[in-house]
Write a protein that binds this ligand. Structure first.
Ligand code: C5P
Length: 225
């Protein structure tokens, strides 16, 4: 039964390092990884390509039913394929995040993606990162982490990340875009971004990703995993 497969959830806003730490942790444990933001980004990309507006609920449901998204996990990144094409570069921009955030506020979209996310739970274990993984998607996770960092540091990290990936970015614009996306994710009525009541919060502002990883591993060992 997949319910017995252990899950670690890592939630938090953009730029806290959850993607990087999640990947490191999954490699260290030899567990599977779920980048749930990539599902929302891929969904938004396809809906946008088909000119489906956020208010066209029936068409959005159809996109959800037919969505064919695959993850190819490499040593230091996850590549995302949809409908037979590698869409990683197309969805990783801040604009891709903004568009994902708009569709992610629609209950029918979240409902369509819920089962897809739960289906990624496979032995020996799953590391899942996103916004509501501990609170909604995997409420029975063995360990729930919520990462935070100051807005300035998050913007700087995202800036470096996007620059390294070849995107043309402007730091002050990015700061504003991240703040707008955080506001939207935190204030939506369904599954708003917030820590699960039993999540352990880690402020990553002043520590390295290796230190974050060590802290998560020791929390996991304390739970006998
Ligand atoms: O994590 P990432 O930046 O890729 O997520 C893109 C957007 O997808 C988020 O800003 C959020 O609106 C949405 N998302 C969500 N729930 C998740 C993961 C992502 O609503 N579990």
């Amino acid at each position: 039964m997949s319910d017995h497969v252990p899950v670690i959830t890592i939630d938090g806003p953009s730029g806290t390092g959850k993607g990087t730490v999640g990947l490191l942790l999954a490699h260290k444990l030899g567990w599977h990884i779920l980048d749930s933001g990539a599902f929302y980004r891929a969904f938004a990309h396809i809906a946008h390509q088909r000119h489906i507006l956020p208010e066209q609920i029936d068409q959005l449901r159809r996109v959800g039913d037919q969505l064919d998204v695959r993850f190819k996990v490499r040593a230091d990144e996850i590549r995302i394929w949809a409908e037979g094409r590698d869409i990683t570069a197309a969805i990783r921009s801040e604009e891709g995040g903004r568009s994902a955030s708009i569709y992610a506020a629609i209950p029918e979209v979240r409902q369509a993606l819920l089962a897809r996310q739960r289906d990624t739970r496979r032995a020996p274990g799953l590391v899942a990162d996103g916004r509501d993984l501990g609170s909604v998607v995997f409420p029975d996770a063995v360990l729930k982490i919520f990462l935070t960092a100051t807005p300035k540091i998050r913007a700087e990290r995202r800036y470096k990340q996007l620059k390294d990936k070849g995107f043309d970015v402007n730091l002050s614009r990015l700061e504003n875009e991240i703040a707008a996306r955080d506001y939207q994710d935190t204030h939506r009525t369904i599954s708003p971004l917030m820590p699960a009541s039993d999540a352990v919060e880690i402020d990553t502002s002043e520590i390295t990703r290796e230190q974050v990883l060590d802290e998560i591993v020791s929390l996991l060992r304390a739970r006998r995993y």
